[in-house]
Design a protein around this ligand. Structure first.
Ligand code: ZN
Ligand code: ZN
Length: 355
């Protein structure tokens, strides 16, 4: 086992003791990398709506106590026993998908995102709201060059899940994005680069989000519960609001698809069959595969995707979650650990190895 430089006996972490309670700042022992795991020093960690669902208790049975966070950008400080690919100093992304069984019907058919045994970072496994985490090297993703840590973090879930949702939308030319937060602001750029026309649908009064969407290339932005100016070929729903499903079905043309991209949504109200008739499809997108990650992270610099981030210090993670809950974040919220708090010079050396 290689001892990384700058290893410390304690680390700062934001801990969820119980869903429905605020995160607690604590000094805890750093994780010990298990076989096949690397110890990663966290430089940035994106905040996702899923983190809110975990903290608020809307997702069942999280690991407790838990370090949330699943859009982790960091450097390997220790490659554990049996690590074959990662080396000390490597810059890696640690996404939501943290482990899968590898042998079930889903894993064997390229659908590891649906594995029943899957374990998720910042939910069943400790995540990146901490100075360090241990991650299975097989699920770490290579990050594109040219993105500072805080800017690349939101690509790891907001971008990735958005990209998977966009693929599920098929060839749709007229694309509706319901909810214009971290995911939509990335998907909008990808969709525009593919020559699609983007319509942004937000809460009626959220003029700032609508303006933001127009800046990023949407040709129209307006009230999600009203009809857009023309029929859509597909809609992706990012907002966790069940009422948007019948609204989006009403907005899509015959043969159109409505993709629900969130892990949690309030109940969908009943609606007349007529809204589904005409070969319309409603589907969800669940998690990611490693292949999605590799494809999307290779694509990002080609678009090129520019992420808009609001950064917070690690100890302000709760404040960041509160702002996200209130819809006050423009683009993506990111914990920027490299910019906050003192670091030993030896650790800084290691960070420069990864570019
Ligand atoms: Zn499996
Ligand atoms: Zn996420």
């Amino acid at each position: 086992m290689t001892q990384g430089r700058g290893v410390r006996l304690a680390m700062e972490a934001m801990i969820l003791d119980r869903p429905g309670h605020e995160l607690r700042a604590a000094e805890v022992a750093p994780p010990e990398p298990a076989v096949g795991q690397a110890l990663v020093r966290v430089d940035a960690c994106g905040i996702c709506r899923t983190d809110l669902h975990v903290v608020d208790g809307e997702l069942p049975d999280p690991k407790l106590p838990l370090v949330p966070g699943h859009q982790v950008v960091g450097r390997v400080t220790e490659a554990g026993t049996a690590c074959e690919t990662l080396r000390v100093g490597d810059r890696v992304g640690v996404p939501w998908l943290g482990w899968t069984c590898g042998v079930c019907r889903y894993c064997a058919s390229g659908r590891e995102n649906l594995c029943d045994q899957a374990r998720f970072t910042g939910y069943g496994l400790d995540g990146g709201f901490a100075e360090q985490l241990a991650a299975d090297e097989r699920y770490c993703l290579p990050l594109p060059e040219g993105y500072p840590d805080a800017q690349v973090a939101p690509l790891l879930c907001a971008g990735l899940i958005g990209y998977r949702a966009l693929r599920m939308a098929g060839e749709a030319e007229r694309l509706g994005l319901y909810g214009f937060g971290a995911s939509a602001h990335i998907v909008c750029q990808v969709a525009r680069s593919q020559g699609r026309r983007v319509f942004a649908l937000t809460r009626a009064e959220d003029l700032e989000a609508q303006r933001f969407a127009l800046e990023l290339g949407a040709e129209w932005a307006g009230d999600a519960l009203a009809r857009p100016p023309e029929e859509l070929d597909a809609a992706i729903i990012f907002a966790p609001v069940g009422e948007l499903v019948p609204a989006a079905l009403e907005a899509v043309a015959k043969g159109g698809t409505v993709v629900c991209a969130g892990i949690h949504m309030s109940d969908i109200p009943s609606f007349p069959y007529e809204l589904l008739w005409g070969e319309r499809t409603v589907r969800s997108v669940a998690n990611l595969t490693r292949r999605d990650g590799e494809e999307f992270l290779a694509l990002a610099p080609q678009v090129p995707i520019r992420t808009h981030v609001e950064t917070f210090a690690l100890e302000d993670a709760q404040k960041a979650l509160d702002r996200l809950r209130a819809g006050e974040v423009r683009g993506a919220a990111v914990l920027d650990l490299a910019g906050s708090g003192p670091r030993a010079p030896s650790e800084r050396d290691a960070s420069e190895l990864g570019g």
